[in-house]
Design a protein around this ligand. Sequence first.
Ligand code: A2P
Length: 279
Amino acid sequence: LPVNDAAPTRAVPTLPDAQTVTQVKHWTDRLFSFRVTRPTTLRFRSGEFVMIGLMGDPHPETGKQKPLLRAYSIASPSWDDELEFYSIKVQDGPLTSRLQHIQPGDQIILRPKPVGTLVHDALLPGKRLWLFATGTGFAPFASLLRDPQTYTDYDEVIITHTCREAGELTYGAELIDSIRNDEMLAELIGAGFADKLRYYPTTTREPSTKMGRITDLMRSGDVFQELGVPPLCPETDRAMICGNLAFNLELKELLEGYGLEEGANSKPAHYVVEKAFLD
Ligand code: A2P
């Protein structure tokens, strides 16, 4: 047999549901994003999440290894041939303390069963879509914002993103830029689609162009005044929430105060909510 000593171009899967890492980007010392191969059979709706992870350490007595999995929103759009994820790095987090060190060519485990409530199907038709994120809660919206349906279903799309520091906004800011210049989306939706997209980033612990929690800026009316839109109402506005637990609860209460009702896949209504992944 001829000897083939060329390096393999792709690692051979050895894990159950293994996918290969194709790209890793570190945004801050607390945040990174990565792309992996997509199982050819995986179909998902923009905004859904899957369980991903790594093999855990061997059990001290039996030596058996169990997968260590967490829920991660898919940040890439459903038409993309790879999958993208946006993650926090928790130094003592069971999964992300290790996941943050992945490199292109490495393998991760990905269970190909997408689920979630941040989907268009869970909302009734409306005129204006609000997407409210903190931190890595931006991830499902990174998928939805690259989905043509988001722009064909609504006249206006407003994405708010609240982070502690300015550097934590970069992933989202670059994504918004890339969407505004995306020729394929422009071709699918029409040249003016980017004008429908409004981006409202804020920081809470470091100066930036806009400071404050989005919840406070809604209560004060600042955000509505600055964007030139009326406060939310059930007739015209739809919303999706994804952030830390306290944020989700506070925003839910605010939206209920405007008269919006929570929807689900089985019963579409005015808003939906999901917790951002935390290790
Ligand atoms: P703050 O700095 O005032 O706590 P974290 O990194 O802790 O998940 O927070 C991400 C962002 O969400 C931070 O800017 C934080 O603001 C903000 N935040 C935390 N809790 C709430 C809340 N209940 N309502 C609005 N924003 C919140």
